[in-house]
Design a protein. Structure first.
Length: 317
């Protein structure tokens, strides 16, 4: 089996093409497929778990309040665990589109990886960072292969291998599973049914705590029930805007808003841009973009760039 550091340009080409095929497929995937045709900046994007993101076209700039990095094709972004980030996305200058996939590191994946590693999990949550994708070429090739075959359980095994390899090269914070905050538990419940008319009493019953205790704990976390409910709803809306082509009116209804105007106001207050700005950034004819990418000069240029080990651009925010 070829090792990641010895990956050839042919391996990288195969991986890129397979990832692109997955993104453009109509089948549901256990990852986010992000596409945009204009630059956009989403601030205060609340991640409920760690994240691995692979830009295929264009580049990303991510800030978590401590560090800022840029990630381009040929790299993988590593967000070790839950945190709030600002995420900027810049389309490829020649193709005119930004494309990336994002894999959320759910607790079950991390627990499976922990069983394979005897080392003690680091207390430090770790920093956002980037690594050359070539270091992980083998498990990602397996992941795309079994995904194309519809073998989801084996796909999970491949992601566990990715996590283990990242841990072995120093990303110890990946396996740190912090106890979920009360706000996080509420957001998770709301995300499962964002259009529901939620009331505090329902969470008190489900979480086994009293109303005063719920309010006191949320205040200690620097938030309130109303704010958490709002965050959960607009967070689900952001996910739909980034990963689907549903109109804003439909998304507003799906996350519990009868008024598009009210929804747009709340969304803008939370993320710094309106939902229509996110929705209108999708390419109209995605297939023509793919044909342009996978044939001719653009493809050759992209493959050459993907073999470069790009350095991180780090600074204090």
């Amino acid at each position: 089996m070829a090792q990641g550091h010895g990956s050839s340009s042919g391996d990288i080409r195969v991986l890129v093409e397979r990832l692109l095929e997955l993104v453009r497929s109509s089948h549901p995937l256990p990852c986010d497929c992000l596409r945009a045709v204009e630059a956009q900046r989403v601030r205060n994007y609340e991640l409920e778990s760690g994240l691995l993101a692979i830009p295929l076209l264009g580049k990303s700039r991510i800030t978590d309040g401590l560090r800022t990095i840029e990630v381009e094709p040929g790299q993988i972004l590593i967000v070790p665990n839950a945190r709030s980030i600002d995420w900027e996305q810049f389309p490829d200058r020649e193709i005119g589109e930004y494309v990336a996939i994002g894999i959320h590191l759910q607790q079950s994946l991390l627990e499976s990886a922990q069983k394979l590693l005897p080392e003690t999990v680091a207390a430090d949550p770790g920093q956002i960072s980037a690594e050359p994708l070539a270091l992980l070429i083998d498990p990602f090739l397996r992941w795309t292969e079994v995904m194309q075959e519809g073998r989801r359980s084996l796909a999970l095994h491949a992601i566990v291998e990715v996590i283990v390899r990242l841990h072995e090269i120093g990303h110890l914070g990946l396996l740190r599973i912090p106890r979920p905050s009360l706000a996080s538990q509420i957001r998770k419940l709301v995300a499962g049914d964002p259009s529901r008319d939620w009331h505090s009493e329902e969470f008190e019953e489900r979480l086994g705590i009293s109303g005063p205790t719920l309010r006191r704990k949320l205040a200690a976390e620097g938030t309130s029930f109303r704010s958490v409910l709002l965050d959960a709803r607009v967070g689900q809306a952001l996910h739909l805007l980034l990963t689907s082509r549903l109109p804003v009116k439909t998304i507003a209804a799906k996350v519990g808003y009868d008024s598009v105007t009210t929804f747009s106001k709340r969304f803008t207050e939370r993320y710094g841009l309106g939902p229509a700005q996110v929705g209108r950034r999708w390419a109209i004819d995605g297939m023509s973009v793919w044909r342009g990418l996978l044939n001719g000069h653009e493809h050759a240029e992209f493959l050459r760039s993907s073999q470069t080990v790009f350095g991180c651009c780090c600074s204090s925010s």
